[in-house]
Design a binder for this molecule. Structure first.
Ligand code: ZN
Length: 332
């Protein structure tokens, strides 16, 4: 499977937190040849099971994206919105957006507010409606919108909206394709509602009761100009093996297993520490009486903006490391 093609297919879907159905349908089709059984739970998590007799391993990649939810339509047909997940006002003006029904628009900022003072309350979405009545035929209060930007490759970098976390969905799909012998009992879980508090991973982990958990996600990249060094990973330096973020301290045995596998297979890797943020690992490791949990991350620039940037060779390293862990001899 080609990573860019998967990203294009998944980003054509509407999938803000709580509305992941289109993404799940697309992934179900792509995953079907590689697993024994695919189920969906009450929250909408897509659970792809490849049977094995060894320890139960749960990989998680979240399908949901951040987005906008319409709260008010004014007399001129402009839309005010709340955030689904974390949006920053400074990243948004000028960004094209798309609703589930295909309605398109752009985020704009109301007049006379200094850029340094921009808050989400100063922004609105213009969908080209001539007035409130016309706007209400196009969009309703409670509808959601997502970034409508287009993925491309330049150099060895992939530019795309929603690398967080569709790139991890693509990594799990590509890893599944490579698994030859499934000694471990493998669950590839495409989770919902990560961006609003790791909600899908919590119920999925409870239902599956894994022995091991690996969350695959993006992590910030410390290589932008004037990088604040709040994180350790850098785009282009290999698969980022999570040690800690604000949601999890990864189990040292899982960190070591991932590092040993990377060394043995010549997979480039780096240790990932993030002084903020979290991933599905935060929910998985606290499930039931605890789960041996780690994380594999893609160092990504501009996380949660309309265009995120990651390195294609890092993505390949993450696929290789995910497939290696899936096939590793693990203690029950
Ligand atoms: Zn994420």
């Amino acid at each position: 499977m080609d990573i860019l093609e998967i990203m294009q297919a998944l980003n054509a879907c509407h999938g803000p937190s709580g509305n992941e159905g289109q993404v799940a349908a697309a992934i179900r089709t792509l995953a079907a040849p590689y697993v024994d059984e695919i189920t969906t739970d009450a929250l909408g998590n897509l659970i792809c099971h490849k049977q094995g007799t060894g320890p139960r391993v749960m990989f998680a990649a979240h399908m949901d994206s951040i987005g906008f939810i319409i709260t008010h339509i004014d007399e001129h047909g402009y839309l005010r919105f709340g955030q689904v997940g974390g949006l920053s006002a400074h990243d948004l003006p000028g960004t094209p957006v798309r609703f589930r029904n295909g309605t398109r628009g752009v985020v704009a900022v109301q007049g006379k507010v200094e850029p340094k003072d921009w808050k989400l309350d100063h922004l609105y979405i213009d969908i080209g409606a001539k007035d409130q009545a016309e706007a209400k035929t196009m969009v309703q209060v409670g509808d959601t919108a997502v970034f409508d930007t287009t993925p491309f490759v330049s150099g060895r970098k992939l530019f795309s909206p929603y690398l967080d976390d569709r790139i991890a969905c693509a990594i799990l799909l590509s890893a599944m394709e490579r698994i030859k012998h499934a000694g471990n009992d493998l669950y590839f879980v495409f989770t919902v509602q990560e961006e609003v508090g790791l909600r899908g991973a919590r119920t999925a982990a409870y239902g599956i009761a894994p022995d091991y958990g690996i969350a695959v996600d993006v992590t910030d990249s410390d290589d932008i100009p004037d990088a604040p060094h709040e994180c350790s990973s850098v785009a282009g330096k290999g698969a980022a093996i999570k040690v800690m973020d604000s949601s999890v301290i990864c189990h040292p045995a899982v960190v070591k297993t991932l590092e040993d596998l990377a060394q043995a297979r010549n997979i480039p890797y780096q240790r990932d520490i993030l002084r903020f943020g979290g991933t599905d690992a935060g929910a998985i490791h606290q499930s039931r009486s605890g789960v041996y949990t780690g994380g594999i991350s893609v160092a990504t620039r501009y996380v949660h903006t309309p265009m995120e940037v990651a390195d294609l060779d890092d993505i390949e390293a993450c696929v290789a490391l995910t497939a290696a862990f899936a096939q590793a001899k693990l203690e029950a």
